[in-house]
Design a protein around this ligand. Structure first.
Ligand code: ZN
Length: 314
């Protein structure tokens, strides 16, 4: 896969069938164009269905994600000679930010964990495993599932946390296995939402908590300001949502919302300037040596949604 050039993403990285004639949410697809974007020379569009759901068309497929989440473009911009940064400037160097974010999130979600006693916790896309590490220290039984094998090695050796390697919906987890399923900064990147959410429903106990976050696009000032340059409008983002749309999706897959929280993330200027594509800020903050100082930020704006499984959908 190393031969893939960022300058020209191959067409076989995209699912031509999942385009304007499909909507997994309303089954009555009727789209209007939101933005035509050209990213790393590859043209694609974001379109909004009449039901409010926005998606990328054509949709990136498994091949794309297998390549992307194991590529230098995602992990470390310094490894590539590209002047644009796509994923992370240096993923593994951001560990202290992630640990602070996970500690803060656990505190905010504590009552849901404690209600389940020694809970069976799954986190899909756990990255380096910081949140699982925090939950494990509180006495919960934790397990992760990630498409990248680089994370699994890191989590095992640094936190003694097990992460299965593969796509969640293809893993042989049992029915009604998990009390809590955590999904942070993942849902937007899932092309096959129906299959994915069905698998989450199947593997969760009724009454269990599905805790996820998403970027709310309603009255989103960053989106209004950056328009098509907003980092949301490029792969690996497959879908964007408003709160109303997200609630409809949860309902469709057997969940009811019990609480919505503001999401906070610990970040530094290197990450922020990367997301906003402000190279001047990156260079300036590095020059005056403040680029890696962490501070909490109501980022994106992102919301944490706590939803309870109320029924099986399969
Ligand atoms: Zn629709």
């Amino acid at each position: 896969m190393e031969t893939v050039s960022l300058k020209s993403l191959p067409p076989e990285f995209f699912d031509e069938d999942d385009s304007d004639n499909v909507c997994f949410l309303c089954n009555k697809p009727k789209y209007r164009l939101v933005y035509d974007v050209k990213h790393f020379e590859f043209p694609f569009s974001f379109k909004e269905c009449q039901c409010g759901l926005v998606k990328q068309t054509p949709m990136p497929n498994e091949k794309f994600f297998e390549w992307f989440f194991n590529s230098g473009a995602f992990f470390n911009a310094e490894e590539t000679d590209n002047s644009e940064i796509w994923g992370y400037y240096d993923y593994f160097a951001d560990e202290s930010s992630r640990l602070s974010t996970s500690t803060w999130r656990y505190k905010k979600l504590k009552k849901y964990f404690e209600e389940k006693g020694s809970a069976n916790v799954m986190k899909i896309g756990p990255a380096t495993g910081t949140m699982l590490h925090v939950a494990k220290q509180k006495g919960h039984k934790v397990r992760g599932c990630d498409v990248s094998s680089r994370f699994a090695e890191y989590a095992r050796s640094n936190y003694n946390v097990e992460i299965d390697n593969g796509r969640f919906e293809q893993m042989p987890y049992e029915d009604n296995q998990f009390d809590i399923n955590l999904l942070f900064n993942v849902i937007e990147n899932v092309p096959n939402q129906a299959e994915f959410l069905t698998a989450i429903n199947r593997t969760m106990k009724t009454g269990g908590y599905f805790i996820s976050n998403f970027v709310d696009m309603k009255n989103n000032l960053v989106e209004k300001f950056q328009k098509s340059h907003y980092f949301i409008y490029r792969p690996p983002i497959c879908y964007t949502y408003t709160m109303e749309v997200y609630e409809e999706i949860l309902k469709k897959y057997g969940f009811e919302i019990v609480e919505i929280q503001r999401d906070m993330r610990h970040m530094h200027l290197e990450k922020i300037s990367t997301l906003l594509r402000w190279k001047w800020l990156l260079n300036l903050s590095k020059a005056i040596k403040v680029s890696r100082i962490n501070f909490p930020l109501y980022a994106y704006p992102s919301r944490i949604v706590i939803a309870r499984k109320i029924k099986n959908v399969v």
